[in-house]
Design a binder for this molecule. Structure first.
Ligand code: ZN
Length: 113
């Protein structure tokens, strides 16, 4: 039976990561508009911006999903996997580190009840 501990930093890190992505998107849009004006001309700069924006968005989404499903263990820094929530945990997100044999609870709940 694995030990169960609480990781209070999971939720705030998730929110902070999401906020950084939103702020970065707004800043990129503002800088692009300052350079190109509005409506932007369809030229090389616009095409490069859209390509970089799409690649950065894809990378941000991959990193976000990776953190959401496989965060690092607070103790040993290895990637963990999600454990299946049971009814007793009210659908709380929980991750198991097989190296430390610890189930980390997050205080973050799936959906609402
Ligand atoms: Zn660990």
């Amino acid at each position: 039976m694995p030990d169960e501990r609480h990781d209070p930093s999971y939720g705030p890190r998730l929110v902070r990561g999401f906020a950084i992505v939103i702020v970065a998107c707004c800043m990129a849009g503002t800088i692009f508009t300052a350079i190109q004006g509005w409506p932007p001309a369809w030229n090389r700069t616009t095409q490069i911006f859209i390509a970089v924006y799409a690649i950065a968005g894809f990378v941000a989404m991959v990193l976000f999903l990776r953190y959401l499903y496989h965060p690092r263990c607070p103790q040993c820094r290895r990637r963990m996997s999600r454990t299946e929530p049971d009814t007793n945990t009210r659908q709380e997100l929980r991750f198991r580190c097989s190296h430390c044999d610890v189930v980390w609870t997050t205080g973050v709940f799936r959906g609402s009840d």
